[in-house]
Design a protein around this ligand. Structure first.
Ligand SMILES: *Cc1c(COP(=O)(O)O)cnc(C)c1O
Length: 432
């Protein structure tokens, strides 16, 4: 359930009509619902009730500081995958001891940053990374809390670009080699083993792959304990999927996902950490856009919006579906007809949907992309020198612009023209 509903024929975010936000912030603009974010976070607290646990929201899904601060105020920890995200989490008020540092290519600078400023654990993904972390921590006179991310070789049955738990993926250490790596970790200076980490992919719509992966983690936990390691914590990653189309079957509920956790690892007495991102932020946000033109083509019509692939790349990157709805509800008997919904970017890939059945829409009308709260704004770029979309957070009947659209001056000021250009008299052809 989310908080984007029609009232009196107008789509609202909580108690705010979306046309009001468009008038104040312009379009394209991401709009997030604080109540939906809180509700989704709360579902995981319920799902894991009775187990010692920490929900570490995955920052890369939606890293706006207001969103992070809202999550942090509700008690969430954070899962970060870069020094930049670690800084965001800290800037949002998350204490270091609630920040988990994941990612396959942490640099020594990033390790030092987190060791200095506070970190709950590093999820280590390779032996070279483990050795580098040992050196950095020992040189600083610190101890790095470590979980090794194991790759359980489980098929997450999701889009190939977001599956991470098969042996051919770049992530983690093959689970068969985990005992060796833990033995090395235990012997290295500056390293303290605290647990095991696994994350098998994103947008999973079945529980079976989780069940298979967590069962393997439970088996490994027993083996590592027998080897003398202190396995106090299990980080089970994120990945629970969301419904992107109103017509689809709903993916498993957080409560049932919690059931899988209880069944597979509940008896180990470990503290459970999870890293949900999409399932918290995805349906807590929409992308608000305006129709620029309706173009009648040869056998197909194009609805050209002021949002483009640089704002929301998921359709072109993952062939993702987003429901697209008019902000003013159509008449109940309005006809629907197929249109290609596209943006203004000079790429054929800048297509959000082909042959989408929509009611009549005209230049100036507002539309909303549903389920755009995760991997939307965070994956945006300024391709075609299009300013990043604004972001708005709604709270009841109130909204704040939580990231202003940059001005063109801001954008141009980031580049520098070197002084020699246009002053060098020798034409390239005569150079030696
Ligand atoms: C991306 C990621 C997540 C979050 O995945 P969702 O599908 O958004 O829940 C969690 N943990 C790690 C290590 C990730 O890379």
């Amino acid at each position: 359930m989310d908080h984007f509903l029609y009232r009196d024929g107008v789509l609202h975010a909580e108690d705010v009509p979306l046309p009001e936000i468009a008038a104040a912030a312009g379009t394209p603009t991401y709009v997030y619902s604080a109540a939906t974010l809180a509700r989704h976070l709360g579902l995981f607290a319920e799902a894991l009730a009775g187990l010692p646990h920490l929900v570490c929201y995955s920052v890369k899904a939606n890293s706006n500081l207001a969103v992070l601060a809202h999550m942090a105020a509700l008690g969430a920890g954070m899962d970060v995958v870069s020094g930049g995200e670690w800084r965001r989490a800290r800037a949002a008020g998350v204490p270091g001891e609630r920040i988990v540092f994941s990612g396959v290519g942490k640099t020594r600078e990033e390790m030092a940053l987190a060791l200095e400023g506070g970190v709950r654990q590093f999820n280590v993904e390779s032996e070279p990374e483990l050795r580098a972390l040992s050196e950095v921590a020992a040189a600083m006179g610190r101890t790095a809390p470590v979980a090794v991310r194991v790759n359980p070789d489980v098929d997450a049955r999701t889009h190939a670009k977001i599956a991470t738990g098969k042996s051919e993926n770049k992530f983690g250490i093959p689970i068969a080699r985990a005992r060796e790596v833990y033995a090395e970790a235990a012997a290295l200076p500056g390293i303290a083993v605290v647990g095991i980490d696994v994350h098998i992919g994103s947008q999973l719509t079945e529980l079976a792959p989780f069940e298979a992966a967590f069962a393997k983690v439970a088996e490994l936990a027993h083996a590592l304990r027998a080897d003398g390691h202190d396995i106090a914590r299990l980080d089970l990653g994120g990945g629970l999927g969301i419904p992107y189309a109103s017509t689809n079957d709903a993916p498993p509920l957080p409560f049932d996902y919690g059931g899988v956790i209880r069944r597979t690892v509940g008896a180990l007495g470990c503290e459970i950490q999870i890293e949900p991102g999409r399932v918290i932020a995805g349906n807590a946000g929409i992308l608000l856009a305006r129709v620029i033109y309706l173009k009648r083509g040869e056998g197909r019509d194009f609805l050209i919006l002021d949002a483009a692939m640089n704002d929301l790349v998921r359709p072109t990157l993952y062939d993702a579906w987003h429901d697209i709805v008019p902000v003013r509800a159509p008449e109940p008997d309005a006809p629907v007809a197929p249109v290609d919904v596209v943006g203004p970017v000079c790429e054929t890939g800048d297509t959000f949907a082909r042959g989408r059945m929509l009611p009549p829409l005209a230049a100036g009308d507002l539309v909303a992309f549903r389920s755009a709260g995760a991997y939307g704004a965070t994956m945006a770029s300024e391709y075609n020198t299009r300013p990043l979309a604004a972001e708005v957070l709604v709270h009841d009947d109130h909204f704040d612009v939580v990231r202003a659209r940059p001005s063109y001056e801001d954008i141009l000021a980031r580049d520098t023209i070197p002084a020699w250009i246009g002053r060098d008299p020798s034409p390239p052809a005569r150079r030696r």
